[in-house]
Design a protein around this ligand. Structure first.
Ligand SMILES: Cc1cc2nc3c(=O)[nH]c(=O)nc-3n(C[C@H](O)[C@H](O)[C@H](O)COP(=O)(O)OP(=O)(O)OC[C@H]3O[C@@H](n4cnc5c(N)ncnc54)[C@H](O)[C@@H]3O)c2cc1C
Length: 398
């Protein structure tokens, strides 16, 4: 009997985890199934590019996983029963069910309207492909001089505002930030950000919280109305409600609470990675939703599963931050170097070099997903029957 590993979600982290598991375990011992709603890989880190009319390289999973032994199941996950160890799915043939021995939950996240009145009805978002394409279509219909207000001064908001302003210099672009613009950056980083934002003609509303969105405007906490032909909402991400509906231990926002091996603290046969997981990182701070931390977390999860199934030593993949790579349009960028726990240090990289660096990071991330079996020495070990059925026995750390 093969040990059944089901990976839910083929975004950055799920696809990486599935590929790494295939590399670590013998085909005759395990059946790895990767479930995803869509047939191709979505480079979420490029959604602001998609929204501004750039076309992204198609990356079909059928090509990526050909010959890897990973079985692809195109279906929407509609529920998980962690007590029966089954996943409810739905595809063109109707509802179905998948049974697992080990589950890797990597369904990512979507946009987060934070419950602000009018945001869901009137705002656009670019947390995923559907939203980005809807925004793309709307931006294409805007006439010169119309206003686009990006709500949110975080990484996604900055990337979106600068990308839109660069692609459409005829539009009037504004960004509304709850705090000071880029105030988590180093002084050099902040100064560069302000310079680029100024050059692109972006209006900045700082220390302003948007409290409602209406057709044609947003309103801030002090009652100021900012005209907006299009409002782009970028105030963080929210996880899908599937995990919260299970008996898994989750946070108030629905992220699955995992230990440092990315294993659920309540259900040892469930692992969670990426945006869907709440894992503590360096400095005892929760990892933020990002590829930067999600990718090593996916390596850690796959290696931990393989170690537990084969009786090997548990891995200790360092999950830490090195830099924040921010695109500021296609020609400008900002690489803010950070401490292991994501605090800005003095060093930055700016300008065109930074734009190229960021592009290489995006390409590298997609390459890692698209080539799941390359770049990693094979260390396939046999699954021992007791471990496959009885769960973890040896918990020594490598
Ligand atoms: C515009 C933008 C820019 C970003 N820039 C950066 C950056 O520069 N650096 C960085 O580190 N991070 C960045 N991020 C964040 C990063 O994209 C996410 O943190 C990352 O994609 C999370 O990976 P994941 O595997 O958890 O989820 P995802 O990449 O979202 O993958 C989830 C997968 O699950 C599938 N799925 C979801 N629900 C279901 C379902 N019910 N049934 C079946 N399949 C389902 C989805 O189709 C998707 O394939 C950016 C995000 C955005 C939107």
């Amino acid at each position: 009997m093969q040990h059944r590993i089901v990976v839910l979600g083929a975004g950055y982290t799920g696809a990486i985890a599935a590929g790494r598991l295939a590399k670590r375990l013998r085909r005759e011992d395990v059946a790895i199934t990767l479930v995803n709603a869509e047939p191709d890989f979505v480079e979420r880190v490029r959604m602001h590019q998609l929204a501004t009319g750039q076309d992204l390289k198609p990356r079909p999973f059928s090509e990526m996983f050909a010959g890897t032994g990973v079985e692809l199941r195109l279906a929407k996950v509609t529920g998980v029963d962690v007590d029966r160890k089954t996943v409810a799915v739905s595809d063109a043939n109707g509802p179905g069910e998948l049974a697992y021995d080990t589950l890797v939950y990597a369904l990512g996240s979507g946009w987060n309207d934070q419950g602000v009145p009018g945001a869901a009805e009137h705002a656009y978002e670019l947390a995923g492909r559907a939203g980005a394409l809807r925004l793309r279509e709307r931006l294409a219909r805007l006439d010169a001089g119309q206003t686009v207000v990006v709500v949110g001064g975080g990484l996604t908001g900055l990337e979106a505002a600068t990308e839109i302003a660069e692609a459409r210099p005829d539009l009037d672009v504004a960004v509304v930030a709850r705090d000071g613009l880029g105030d988590w950056l180093s002084p050099k980083g902040r100064a560069h950000l302000r310079k680029v934002v100024g050059k692109l003609g972006i209006t900045v509303h700082e220390h302003a919280a948007v409290t409602s969105v209406e057709a044609g405007r947003v309103v801030t906490a002090d009652g100021t109305a900012i005209p907006a032909a299009v409002t782009v909402w970028t105030t963080g991400f929210a996880v899908h409600p599937i995990a919260k509906a299970t008996s898994l231990e989750v946070t108030g926002t629905g992220q699955i609470v995992v230990d440092r091996t990315m294993r659920s603290v309540s259900h040892p046969d469930v692992y969670a990675v990426g945006d869907a997981a709440m894992a503590m990182g360096p400095g005892d701070k929760p990892l933020r939703m990002s590829c930067a931390s999600g990718t090593p977390a996916a390596w850690q999860a796959a290696d931990a599963i393989a170690a537990r199934l084969t009786g090997g030593k548990l891995p200790n993949v360092p999950v830490r931050y090195f830099n924040q790579c921010i695109s500021l349009g296609r020609k400008e960028g900002l690489i803010q170097y950070v401490t292991a726990d994501d605090r800005a240090v003095r060093a930055v990289l700016t300008g065109r070099v930074a734009a190229v660096y960021k592009e290489l990071i995006c390409k590298g991330a997609a390459w890692g997903v698209a080539n799941p079996m390359l770049g990693l020495p094979t260390r396939r070990r046999p699954v021992t029957r007791e471990r496959a059925t009885a769960g973890p026995a040896v918990e020594a750390t490598a």
